[in-house]
Design a protein around this ligand. Sequence first.
Ligand SMILES: C[S@@+](CC[C@H](N)C(=O)[O-])C[C@H]1O[C@@H](n2cnc3c(N)ncnc32)[C@H](O)[C@@H]1O
Length: 131
Amino acid sequence: MTRLLPCLLLLSCLAARAEEAPPGLTEYLGRQIAMTMHWKGAEWLMRRVREQEESPTLMRRQLDVKPGMTICDMGCGNGFHTLPLAAAVGEKGKIYAVDVQPEMIEMLRANLERKGVKNVEPINGRFHDPR
Ligand SMILES: C[S@@+](CC[C@H](N)C(=O)[O-])C[C@H]1O[C@@H](n2cnc3c(N)ncnc32)[C@H](O)[C@@H]1O
């Protein structure tokens, strides 16, 4: 019984935590939420034609990012937005770059190192806990 009790306590704690997690949304503002993109397709995120397809520069301009700001890039992938955001906030600013896939975080780290970017903190988050 003395061995069983801690196990039962642990199981009930885990069950309580699982219940706390909100159910995943399937829709947001009337649009269907896409499946999580697999890290094996990460190269596609850096495609040259993305500028013409999505106007990401215009999108970031609309965010009105200023030097010294602290920003969270949630679902950062391999850093397509993270790198220009890091340049926009400058050395006094900071970017928390969060992704649930450790492989994406690894690729982000490599990109940061290659470009010598120092003001980004890569974080391997969980689906219900960005850490
Ligand atoms: C389509 S990719 C976009 C990556 C990047 N933001 C870009 O525009 O190139 C979406 C990313 O969000 C991540 N993601 C999905 N759900 C997440 C969550 N709950 N917390 C953190 N990252 C998440 C995925 O692992 C994936 O790398």
